[in-house]
Design a protein around this ligand. Structure first.
Ligand SMILES: [Zn+2]
Length: 401
């Protein structure tokens, strides 16, 4: 929300604070103020960003941070939570930019962010039970359960406007302002937990998946179609990691299932993207996830992931030593020597198979697909060579040092 520029700015921006003109009679004053009111209303309709358009956003943030929020908090200090929330309802939610569906320039408007900062000041220091009430109050007030139901029951992208509303409301009002990770984890848990796991993964993607800044469209098929950049994946990875590290309400199994569901939605992700998500989740989570597969005997799946982890290391410039160490750690989790050897051989077979598949697809692809396949094959062959270089360094370490 930037200040308006050019001729279109109404000259009398202080219209609504004007002292009524003494020379008018009461009836005239009434007409005048109605006229002013209308003008202001037109102004609001014209610019769609409410009265916030009038002051620079930085100033407004400061006012909220240092005055109104605290003042509001202090004014309502003696009221029970329920009454304070009623006050929020009656006073704050009058502003269309604070309400879901109230503003037509949602992506550019900072109404939700202002509301979020105000709310944060108001509820700072409240206990968990009170925060639960705040969540229920906001959800019910904005009719969110029904809106989310409608989103998760539709094809991804079919309810674009609603998807954007939900994402921006949750991110800007409840998730983005907190300083401490445990607070974000608390609110994210409130948002996700009421839903079954498959929907949790979908909602997580809705909140943190890649989105077009220009039209506010969630890129639902990004991970299933093209190798994703680290930037487009790290928001999701940070959210998964946050839940894993901070929320008491998530078991390791919950997180594994969430990751699996995530990498299968809306269809199976490219293996490269699944591997990139794991790497972005950090060393510990990545190892725990892979070790869990090892313990459950899913060795072929594991070998495939290792190959794609090495591809991501090669492409994104990580040290291949990391992948080899990971394989070493995982081997220790596998119960028998025989299974360990099977796992190591499976890695080699996957390297060979994936390269063969790429050669094949290069032979049968049209000219326009050549470039991508060639680039991928180039990286895969280099990844394999780097991987083996690290293995050899270990195998021959006694004669190299
Ligand atoms: Zn607005």
């Amino acid at each position: 929300m930037k200040p308006m520029e050019g001729d279109e700015v109404p000259l009398r921006i202080n219209t609504f604070t004007l002292i009524p003109n003494q020379k008018y009679r009461r009836s005239c004053r009434h007409l005048q103020s109605k006229k002013d009111g209308d003008r202001l209303e037109n102004f609001h309709i014209q610019y769609n960003c409410g009265y916030f358009q009038i002051i620079p956003v930085e100033i407004f943030h400061k006012v909220l941070c240092y005055l109104s929020g605290l003042l509001f908090k202090r004014c309502t200090l003696l009221l029970p939570t329920k009454e304070r929330l009623k006050f929020v309802q009656n006073q704050l939610l009058k502003n269309p930019c604070f309400r879901m569906g109230g503003c037509t320039m949602l992506a550019q408007c900072s109404g939700f962010a202002c509301f979020g900062m105000l709310l944060q000041t108001l509820i700072a220091g409240w206990d968990e039970l009170e925060c639960h009430r705040v969540f229920n109050f906001l959800s019910e007030g904005a009719n969110l359960p029904r809106k989310m139901q409608s989103v998760v029951c539709s094809r991804p992208g079919a309810t674009r406007k609603l998807e954007l509303q939900i994402r921006l409301f949750y991110r800007r009002v409840l998730l983005d302002h907190w300083e401490h990770q445990c607070d974000i984890a608390f609110w994210l848990t409130r948002i996700l937990k009421p839903w079954p796991m498959v929907n949790q993964a979908r909602l997580l993607y809705l909140l943190y998946g890649p989105m077009s800044i220009s039209d506010g469209q969630i890129h639902w098929h990004h991970m299933t179609q093209i190798p994703a950049s680290e930037d487009s994946i790290k928001g999701l990875a940070a959210a998964v990691r946050l839940l894993h590290e901070n929320a008491k309400e998530w078991t390791a199994d919950d997180i594994f299932t969430l990751l699996e569901e995530l990498a299968g939605f809306p269809q199976e992700w490219l293996l490269e993207n699944s591997a990139r998500l794991l790497i972005c989740c950090g060393n510990n989570m990545c190892f725990t996830f892979l070790a869990n597969k090892a313990v459950n005997g899913r060795l072929n799946e594991l070998a495939t992931l290792i190959v794609f982890l090495s591809l991501v290391c090669e492409k994104d410039g990580y040290c291949m030593d990391w992948t080899v160490k990971m394989v070493h750690r995982i081997c220790k989790v596998i119960a028998s020597n025989e299974s360990r050897w099977n796992f190591l051989q499976a890695i080699e077979k996957v390297f060979a198979r994936v390269t063969m598949d790429m050669i094949e697809s290069l032979m049968f692809s049209g000219m326009e697909e050549d470039e991508g396949v060639t680039y991928n094959m180039y990286n895969m062959v280099n990844a394999q060579a780097e991987f083996h270089k690290e293995v050899m360094l270990r195998a021959f370490s006694n004669i190299l040092t």
